[in-house]
Design a protein around this ligand. Structure first.
Ligand SMILES: [Zn+2]
Ligand SMILES: [Zn+2]
Length: 359
């Protein structure tokens, strides 16, 4: 009995401990244990949205309010009423149309299967629309060439800060292999702009602070477990970069050999989030690093022309950059084994708000 009490106490202590925990890292996809994979009983964050396929304006479906919360989270419904209902009302229809434009889908205003499949993809926690300012396709005139976007007010690192440091939350106890993935990701951006990124041992004084967190971790943007949102990052000069420790992070580059829908390529997510740390928002260009989602089995670590244009407009070009950054070598698996998307302005709205509040 006493032992039982001890156990209960231990569980309570563990559950009260900070959200900062060790993340799951796997050297390659075959090393992910089956117990950590989603299956028929263990669902990922947004699986239930599948049930709303075919819903249209005028319908009333149990649980549809969660879809409204999803669109609110990513900026498509600016304010939710306190008595949020399951009615497919005008606000939801309008949100869906804007979302469809941003993701290059037919703007039907209905939850057709293509739209639901896109919604289900894992993605960045930053919002697509910040403070009601439309970004991505929906906010741009037709035939706009550049599809990259910025945070409201176009924040960037000031001109006297071109040599930035980054540090890792010490409690994560990351291995050198994991740290190297981030170094590679920073390298993608330093190739094209006159900035450098160096690892600092002093986390508290580093310009960019990187940490893996679980659930609620104090910035109003709780992580949601396997898939759903994967990470988020704040606009300059905040430097805060958070990743969901619940993901099955793969640190090698063999993710394209996997048919597992929950394996997430760490470097792909890191390259995307660093774009936010430098001031980029989401892009509607599917090949761009700053596209909000990434399909399962995908490794996408090379900047596309859209990313390069966007970041060079903020910081200028690296004199050594020869303009040949690959845009056509993205590796993509075309099977329909499920998709996860990384990126969109993962909770950008909230990030900016949080950034304003905290900084
Ligand atoms: Zn966070
Ligand atoms: Zn993003």
């Amino acid at each position: 009995m006493r032992y039982h009490h001890l156990l209960v106490t231990a569980i309570i202590v563990i559950s009260l401990s900070p959200a900062l925990i060790s993340a799951h890292f796997f050297p390659n996809v075959s090393s992910i244990p089956s117990w950590s994979l989603p299956n028929s009983t263990k669902k990922t964050a947004w699986d239930e949205f599948q049930n709303f396929t075919g819903c249209r304006p005028g319908d009333k479906i149990n649980g549809l309010n969660k879809m409204k919360q999803y669109f609110h989270y990513f900026g498509y419904i600016p304010e939710l009423p306190s008595n949020i209902t399951d009615d497919f009302d005008d606000s939801l229809e309008s949100a869906i149309k804007t979302y469809q434009k941003n993701f290059n889908l037919e703007p039907t205003g209905q939850l057709d299967s293509q739209t639901v499949q896109q919604i289900l993809r894992p993605r960045c926690g930053n919002a697509d629309i910040v403070n009601g300012t439309t970004t991505m396709n929906s906010g741009k005139p037709l035939h706009t060439v550049g599809h990259y976007s910025y945070f409201p007010g176009t924040p960037r690192w000031p001109s006297n800060r071109r040599d930035l440091t980054y540090g890792f939350v010490p409690e994560n106890q990351l291995t050198d292999d994991v740290k190297q993935v981030f170094a590679n990701a920073f390298g993608k951006w330093s190739q094209v702009i006159p900035m450098t990124f160096n690892l600092s041992d002093d986390y508290t004084s580093a310009d960019i602070k990187i940490g893996f967190f679980s659930g609620d971790h104090g910035d109003g943007e709780p992580f949601d477990g396997v898939l759903g949102t994967l990470a988020h990052a704040f606009s300059p000069p905040s430097g805060r970069f958070h990743l969901d420790s619940a993901e099955n992070w793969v640190i090698s580059s063999d993710i394209t050999t996997s048919t597992l829908s929950s394996a997430v390529d760490l470097e792909s997510v890191a390259v995307h989030e660093i774009g936010h740390l430098l001031g980029l928002g989401h892009s509607s260009v599917e090949d761009a690093i700053m596209y909000p989602t990434i399909s399962s089995g995908t490794r996408k670590v090379e900047l596309a022309g859209d990313d390069v244009e966007g970041i060079q407009a903020l910081y200028g070009s690296n004199p050594n950059y020869n303009g040949t950054t690959a845009t056509s070598v993205q590796q993509r698996e075309t099977s329909d084994s499920g998709a996860y998307s990384v990126g969109s302005w993962w909770g950008l709205t909230a990030f900016v708000v949080a950034g304003v509040l905290v900084f």
